[in-house]
Design a protein around this ligand. Sequence first.
Ligand code: 3PG
Length: 306
Amino acid sequence: MKVLVATEKPFAAVAVDGIRKEIESAGYELSLLEKYADKAELLSAVADADALIIRSDKVDAEVFEAAKNLKIVVRAGAGYDNVDLVSATDHDVCVENTPGQNSNAVAELVFGMAVMAVRNMYNGTSGSELKDKTLGIHAFGQVGRNVARIAKGFGMQVSALDPYCPDDVMMEAGVTPVHSVEELYRNNKFVSLHIPATAETRGSVGYDLISLMPKGGVLINTARKEVMDEAGLVRVMDERPDIKYVADVKPDNAEEMSERFGERVFFTPKKMGAQTSEANINAGIAAARQVVAFLRDGIDRFRVNK
Ligand code: 3PG
């Protein structure tokens, strides 16, 4: 059986070694497609694959159509908005993610970007500190929980909104539960986004919410660009010169925003949140183990499609 690792943005080499070990010691063959430039390469590589390990790589109906032997796709990471789940189910393919495996890496980047924003992009001018400031965590999943843990170390006052998370889970983490999205944005100088990109969340963070933020508000997006209403963001930043937006996910209008808002915005050139060797090892090896567990024993504990 052949397991294809297809990563347009490759894992660290040490993680690939670990993946190879897991796959080969189970008696399967590993095939590697890294930094591919166009979809045709993926379509050809996947043609005889029984399993596929990916990151943010787009796996749509065309890929499923080309992958005649495919039984499982594991997204080594959290968000699986890059995989067409309906098509996967139609083709009888199991789709899984590896929740929690890269969440510390993303959470650490939140603070890397928060400090950079309040120190004025390290431009030599006087900035401010995170200590005693309010932080609202928009969605309290694995990344949100790591953000809360680190925020406590900075001495921040932390609250979170997550209709899927019971209040006592937040309270045990020393986090104040918030029950309305307006309240979250109104009461926090820093808001960190951790919502997935779904039909419900796409374009949901825009003018109405961001304009509620207190003076000097900093919005940090290490989630997905799709959750932003970019036109609304531009509008509020035009009206409110005190607001900053830092994102690990370059918006479609990145050029316009950088020209218009200069040092009030920052975008990583490529999604960097999970780009650490530790996160690559954790998520990559978890993905390899999940592939083996599925192919060998039919275990589908992390399945995300029906
Ligand atoms: C995730 O959903 O796990 C993160 O956004 C990381 O994505 P990446 O593996 O493409 O860096």
